[in-house]
Design a protein around this ligand. Structure first.
Ligand code: THU
Length: 135
């Protein structure tokens, strides 16, 4: 699976976003080391705080199926029908990534399907607090 394909899957997953309050629609495609891809979209709620981001939807789908080893996640987002040139993952989602992924090898594929770059989790979450800290 190359990262162009992963980005395309994130864009497809974005079509399922449920974002009636913000209109900001996000899609994610999480590539597991076993080659499987888990997609996710953001799911909002009238009570606001139960809202879940696309990235966590993807992670929780995978983990709930027994998969915990991941290589990369592609993320796309934007208001309404448009995919923005760049969508940064929120801090809570970065922390969830750090729970399951090695910050020095796990990659984030960010941008749009037309133009994207790869980043390490350690680039976007320096000084991460990880499971090792509570051993
Ligand atoms: N959102 C995500 O799905 N992922 C992010 O990393 C950024 C924010 C969602 C949450 C909410 O439904 C909407 O975007 C606006 O914040």
């Amino acid at each position: 699976m190359d990262y162009q394909e992963l980005m395309n899957k994130a864009a497809e997953a974005r079509d399922f976003a449920y974002a009636p309050y913000s209109q900001f629609r996000v899609g994610a495609a999480l590539l597991a080391k076993n080659g499987k891809v888990y997609t996710g979209c953001n799911i909002e709620n009238a009570s606001y705080s139960p809202t879940v981001c696309a990235e966590r939807t993807a992670f929780f789908k995978a983990v709930s199926e027994g998969v915990r080893d991941f290589e990369a996640i592609a993320i796309v987002g934007g208001k309404g029908g448009e995919i923005a040139p760049f969508c940064a993952p929120c801090g809570v989602c970065r922390q969830v990534m750090a729970e399951f992924c090695d910050v020095d090898t796990f990659k984030l594929v960010l941008g749009s399907p037309k133009q994207f770059d790869e980043y390490l989790l350690s680039d976007v979450l320096p000084f991460a607090f990880t499971p090792k800290d509570v051993e």
